[in-house]
Design a protein around this ligand. Sequence first.
Ligand code: DAH
Length: 346
Amino acid sequence: MDDIKNLQKEILSQLENTQSLKEVLDLKQNYMSKKGPVSNLTNKLKDLPVEEKKVFGAALNTFKQELEEAFKKKITYFEELEINEKLKAEEIDISLPATKLTNGSPNILEKIIEEVESVFMSMGYDVVDGPEIEEDHYNFELLNIPKGHPARDAQDTFYIKNEDYLLRSQTSPVQARVMLASGGDKPIRMICPGKTYRRDADDATHSHQFMQIEGLLVDKNVSLSDLKGTFDVIAKKLFGEDIETRFRPSYYQFTEPSVETDISCFACKGKGCSLCKNTGWITVSGAGIVHPNVLRNCGYDPEIWTGFAFGFGAERLAMLKYGINDIRTFYQTDLREIDAFDRLED
Ligand code: DAH
């Protein structure tokens, strides 16, 4: 019985001093394997007289159970310790500010064009493309602006080589291209966003390269009120449902009558402020009823067909919508500006 007690003491005190799971398992292996001291005690059992065997056997069993318990407890203790240490090491400090990833985002000019496209597409318009290097024929002549006409002076054009080729000064030549391609016998609804070029000195409101969104509708019995209704829809979608619209008489060579289209100032709600120069109105596009000469030049019989056309300045729309006061912002690669556009998203 003393042997049991001594061995128990010995094992438990060693167990007490273990520092790791491995030490516990090694200890268990040393003492409790088949040839270890615990088994040696068990082997002694068979040499004892029957009475002693009973007492010693029972004591041995209790001893073994207690040992198992003690080892189990210690093993669990170290296993939990290990898990807790692991959890602690992998702990995420959610209060730590995250590293800001500089994601790309769509250019806001591109975004406003896509917005305009989606409104017009919802009204059955196609989005088309045209060449940026254009022929004088499409850019001017088919649009009722013959060579030598003073209306050309308003558009300081970049000519290429000779006077027949140019960088398009407007997206309006795409009207002519689409009408000619349609063969003069089909209705048309199209818009064309794209780059345009003029020999302007760059300043806050001028850029030698800028973007327009051209629009053309050709059908039968089209009137100015159809244009007004269409413009009203787009103005409200872009600038808010409470926006009002108005037309002012204007002059373009390719439309008759021609208008400037205004929206009520969204900043002051029409009361008058610096954005609308105290008029309560902001001009956003030129437009009008397609001139009969243009229809005829492009293969449509003006006795049968009528249409309206319009041209938005894309930068102007974006500048108004996002409160940008310098057109050059769109064409400089200042990441701080772009970052500010990013934040407009949030
Ligand atoms: N092309 C004109 C410009 O660049 C804008 C414009 C006005 C386009 C009236 C049109 C229109 O289609 O009908 O100033």
